[in-house]
Design a binder for this molecule. Structure first.
Ligand SMILES: NC(=O)c1ccc[n+]([C@@H]2O[C@H](COP(=O)([O-])OP(=O)(O)OC[C@H]3O[C@@H](n4cnc5c(N)ncnc54)[C@H](O)[C@@H]3O)[C@@H](O)[C@H]2O)c1
Ligand SMILES: [Zn+2]
Length: 376
């Protein structure tokens, strides 16, 4: 991670999943080239673009023009922006639009947007005609480094988030680094929490590189492309080792058990907390909790907090605007999280920066007293 590649450099990460293998291309100007890249990999000549109302005015015309120039007939569906769009209702709308566009198995559904659009359209691509081709054009940092890679798709129900879905790997991911320039600072920072997460899981050198180079990652150019590529490579490695999350893929949940509890405690109100912010606070808590269990040094928790704070992320429960419910209620949310097996809690804990591990025997009493201490 020491050498920074030239400003115009494009990066390619291959996800080697046998017959489901695919490329992730990362770099500037990829939307303009999307048609050519897709046409080169796909027999069909039809595509249904699914996007949201924020992204459509910015990039839909450019993507459509690029597809048509490559001989791909493109239809489009523009959905409301936001987490609520990951619903059964909108799934029906997407499936219907894909069928109306006469997309067949060798044609593609193209997700142009953040993780919400990616998860919803990937699900539709996985079930329409029992699976059609799927291309991700992720436009948020979170989608470029996390949700567009790995094939998890799905929607939310009133029982909880992401409870209905399928595994459906994309055929191609085109992460255009330029589109991040229109993303709000807050959404960029939230995606950055997931970038830092890869360092904290098992790449201490990458974390140190981020500590030194985060300003360049935020301002764009080569360091940004490098950080996205390193993140995609890290996610790809985990996914290839455990495509269907039976084991090591759980490490990707570092900071997420606490983070999800905080998201639930704020009723998924994005004005108070967005996912990556919950993950940032959750990663600090996971390091502090590990220190409390004498697994790691408190200095590591301080280092994690210092970095996340430097980039402008919240790191403490008290950074969340408004009242939080008591520790007991947060504990209930943790217990309801899907990573609970037969009374014992499964947590991603750590021995230090870049030394995370899955612990499946964490006593809930320890978690509760820790939470009471942090949120009296
Ligand atoms: N499938 C997976 O493996 C996986 C992993 C992590 C997260 N997720 C899911 O991803 C979702 C969150 O994704 P997200 O953070 O991208 O949210 P999002 O899709 O809601 O996007 C965030 C906001 O940014 C806007 N936006 C996106 N790109 C933009 C751009 N280039 N310019 C201006 N505005 C832009 C969107 O319209 C939206 O308002 C959650 O539903 C989460 O469950 C899935
Ligand atoms: Zn996450």
């Amino acid at each position: 991670m020491n050498a920074i590649t030239p400003a115009s450099a494009e990066r390619l990460v291959r996800v080697p999943l046998g017959e489901r293998a695919y490329d992730i291309m990362i770099g500037p100007g990829l939307i303009a080239r999307a048609g050519r890249e897709i046409a080169a990999r796909m027999k069909g000549r039809r595509a249904a673009i699914i996007t949201d109302e924020n992204v459509a005015p910015l990039y839909l015309d450019a993507l459509t023009a690029s597809l048509e120039a490559a001989g791909i007939e493109a239809s489009s569906l523009v959905l409301p922006a936001g987490e609520k769009t990951k619903s059964f209702e909108h799934l029906i709308t997407v499936c219907d639009a894909v069928l109306t566009a006469r997309v067949e198995r060798n044609d593609a559904v193209i997700a142009l947007g953040g993780g919400v659009i990616g998860d919803l359209s990937g699900f539709a691509a996985g079930i329409v005609r029992r699976g059609v081709r799927f291309v991700q054009v992720p436009t948020s940092l979170l989608a470029q480094v996390d949700s567009s890679v790995g094939g998890k798709t799905g929607i939310n129900t009133h029982h909880g988030k992401n409870l209905v879905g399928v595994f459906h790997q994309p055929d191609l991911v085109l992460a255009d680094s330029d589109v991040l320039n229109t993303l709000s600072e807050r959404e960029f920072r939230a995606g950055y929490a997931e970038v830092a997460k890869y360092g904290l899981i098992d790449k201490p050198d990458f974390f140190a590189w981020l500590e030194a180079n985060w300003r360049q990652v935020f301002s764009g150019g080569a360091a940004r492309i490098e950080a996205i590529a390193a993140s995609c490579q890290a996610k790809s490695d985990v996914v290839v080792a455990d495509e269907r999350e039976n084991g090591p893929r759980a490490l990707l949940n570092l900071g997420h058990t606490f983070g999800h509890a905080l998201e639930a405690a704020t009723a998924y109100d994005s004005r108070r907390l967005v996912h990556g912010e919950g993950v940032a606070i959750g990663m600090v808590l996971a390091h502090e909790f590990s220190a409390r269990l004498n697994l790691a040094s408190p200095d590591d928790a301080r280092r994690v907090e210092a970095h996340l704070k430097a980039v402008g992320l919240p790191t403490r429960m008290r950074d969340i605007p408004g009242e939080l419910p008591p520790a007991e209620t947060l504990m209930d949310a943790i217990a309801q999280d899907k990573k609970v097996k037969s009374g014992k809690l499964t947590f991603i804990l750590t021995h230090g920066i870049g030394q995370s591990f899955v612990a499946d025997d964490v006593p809930s009493s320890e978690v509760l007293s820790f939470l009471k201490e942090k949120h009296p």
